[in-house]
Design a protein around this ligand. Structure first.
Ligand SMILES: NC(=O)c1ccc[n+]([C@@H]2O[C@H](COP(=O)([O-])OP(=O)(O)OC[C@H]3O[C@@H](n4cnc5c(N)ncnc54)[C@H](OP(=O)(O)O)[C@@H]3O)[C@@H](O)[C@H]2O)c1
Length: 250
């Protein structure tokens, strides 16, 4: 049997990390060999996820996980994720990052590091298939309609605003129209009961066109994350930010 891909998961206690972590643990071609967290250091995933048989214990940092190679999967928050990414790349690990909210300076530094160290890296603001399809539909609509606003809504606990997904949508529209990204208004809603929702409303004389995507539960991200883990080693020295580059065969 082929060697399994070793995976270290940061954010295993979080809403998204827990969902993608379970999918990783169930994947036949992957092995969850480590987990990193903040407030549950020392606890076993079997207890945290109520999944008997998972002996992985939450560690405080990746440098306590003594393996030559792993794919770091990160769904945490940008400050700690940034340090963890630098640590993982220095060790020759590959990256699958879902954490959002990095500053432009941090993103530039991650690109430089990955290029210099020749790591594989996938850093995608939204791993759901629907969000990627929506980007393509919006880009298509923007060829015919030249005014739009983006509305995103997330759980009240989400730290960054606007969401990484909405920032990317505004950037894609602005680039297509040859305008500044600041010219595309983005509205953010943070309320209990929300999971992850986005609409792009195009306006034209006498009509509007609305594209909308709703994530009802975080299992929506799992397939994209698994695909990225499987392919990340192919992307040496560059940071892949488009889900299509991961899920659509070359
Ligand atoms: N790319 C995508 O498709 C996608 C989808 C959903 C969410 N996200 C992003 O993923 C991130 C997490 O979202 P969420 O909704 O899952 O948040 P969440 O439920 O609040 O979970 C946050 C996780 O981060 C961990 N954490 C916080 N501070 C840490 C630190 N200093 N060191 C290590 N771990 C730390 C927490 O660990 P403790 O429990 O130990 O504190 C927890 O496991 C956000 O940036 C969000 O925007 C991306």
């Amino acid at each position: 049997m082929a060697t399994k891909i070793p995976v270290v998961l940061a954010g295993a206690t979080g809403k998204t990390g827990k969902e993608v972590g379970r999918a990783i643990a169930q994947a036949q071609d992957m092995e969850l060999i480590g987990a990193v967290g903040h407030s549950h250091v020392g606890m076993a995933l079997s207890d945290l996820w109520s999944e008997p048989g998972l002996s992985v214990v939450i560690r405080g940092a990746v440098d306590t996980i003594d393996v030559p190679y792993a794919v770091l999967v990160d769904f945490t928050e940008p400050t700690s994720a940034y340090s963890r990414i630098l640590e993982a790349t220095a060790r020759g690990w590959d990256l699958v990052v879902g954490t959002t909210g990095f500053s432009p300076l941090q993103l530039d530094a991650i690109h430089d590091r990955v290029q210099h160290q020749q790591n594989g890296a996938v850093l995608i603001a939204n791993f759901s298939l629907g969000a990627w399809i929506m980007e393509r539909l919006a880009q298509d609509a923007s060829r015919y309609l030249d005014q739009a606003e983006v509305i995103e809504a997330h759980a009240a606990t989400k730290r960054d605003r606007p969401s990484g997904t909405a920032k990317r949508m505004a950037r894609l529209l602005a680039d297509g129209w040859g305008r500044s990204v600041e010219d595309i208004p983005v509205h953010s809603i943070r309320l209990p009961g929300m999971v992850a929702h986005q609409a792009v409303i195009f306006g034209s004389s006498g009509q509007t066109l609305t594209l909308r995507h709703d994530v009802h539960d975080r299992s929506a991200y799992a397939a994209g994350v698994l695909a990225a883990i499987r392919r990340v080693h192919e992307f040496r020295g560059k940071v892949v930010q488009n889900l299509g580059d991961v899920i659509v065969p070359d």
